[in-house]
Ligand binder design. Structure first.
Ligand SMILES: [Zn+2]
Length: 137
């Protein structure tokens, strides 16, 4: 958790991270709060939530932003142990925000479910409902 707080602090202070610091990315409104809420819905892990690189790449669908990566288009991608790249589609709950954070949470618990076979994916809906309830959509 300490790493997460330091990262947020740095990102709030400008874009001049030192050579040993993780890169910082643009933050969406109330992002720290949104991350904490979603992370709190998921099982406890030692790992911190990942940094998020928001993308608004143009892909095949002109109505939706995507993440273009190595010639493919995604709503979001999580790089195990690293950042999440998530297409910003105007709000957290419409974006794959809670979804990618669950991938990160699972990785933090030492497993991965890239094909979304676990019933645990129902937690994404719960997380999104919590965001709506807290007025962070
Ligand atoms: Zn997924």
């Amino acid at each position: 958790m300490r790493t997460f707080i330091v990262l947020l602090f740095l990102s709030g202070c400008g874009n001049y991270p030192g050579p040993l610091e993780a890169p910082t990315y643009e933050q969406k409104p109330r992002q720290a709060e949104a991350v904490a809420l979603v992370w709190g819905v998921y099982p406890m892990v030692q790992a911190s939530p990942p940094p998020i690189e928001w993308r608004e790449d143009r892909c095949g669908d002109k109505t939706k932003a995507g993440v273009r990566y190595r010639g493919e288009c995604y709503s979001g991608l999580y790089f195990p142990g690293g950042r999440a790249m998530i297409a910003w589609r105007g709000s957290y709950t419409v974006s794959a925000f809670a979804h990618e954070l669950l991938h990160a949470n699972q990785w933090g618990r030492g497993w991965e479910d890239p094909n979304h076979l676990s019933t645990e994916w129902g937690l994404v809906q719960e997380a999104n409902e919590l965001l709506v309830m807290m007025g962070i959509e």
